[in-house]
Design a protein around this ligand. Sequence first.
Ligand code: PRP
Ligand code: URA
Length: 209
Amino acid sequence: MGNVYVLDHPLIQHKLTYIRKKSTGTKEFRELVDEVAGLMAFEITRDLPVEEITIDTPVTKAKAKTLSGKKIGLVPILRAGLGMVDGILRLIPAAKVGHVGLYRDPETLKPVEYYIKLPSDIEERELIVIDPMLATGGSANDAIHSLKKRGAKNIKLMCLIAAPEGVEVIKNEHPDVDVYLASLDEKLDEKGYIVPGLGDAGDRLFGTK
Ligand code: PRP
Ligand code: URA
């Protein structure tokens, strides 16, 4: 069964509070999402394998650590996942980025895929699927199925806020996928919005309505 981790670092929690606030405008919202994504990536990559290499410092030869193992791929779910990409790339600049375009039909709440473009070697990469919101779980579930169909074997899911319903879907459909959150919220409302949540992540990031 995949694990669910809530990253309770004080900086993540503090910034998430401002992300949630209705009074936070687009510019500040975007900056905070970017910052929290970086902080979450810092925590998520804690267990990346390292190896020792020998280097020359200006003083002497030394053994020092460098990242080894699988390369990383980021897969934002469009649109809102885009808001988390740069914050992660600042820490992992060599990561490749794939895109999955999905929107939630407002009537059925079912995801509709409209775009997919991935690095050619996804089967060899450790993929981090990113989306601020895991609500019914439909979008992330579809995105992960799409990646697996194309050969992805090693997937983590990173979201700012999840509802219990969405977490259950991922646990049941993808027991191999670990889920990383800044918050596990209370519930979904009748329109499929996370309560208390932050509203519509895409609209708040891009200033649309
Ligand atoms: C939002 C959000 C997720 C999805 C979550 O996207 O960014 O992708 O809803 O809901 P779910 O878990 O019930 O599928 P939306 O469909 O609003 O598209 P957008 O990012 O283009 O605004
Ligand atoms: N998508 C959002 O952007 N917000 C929610 O609360 C649920 C789905």
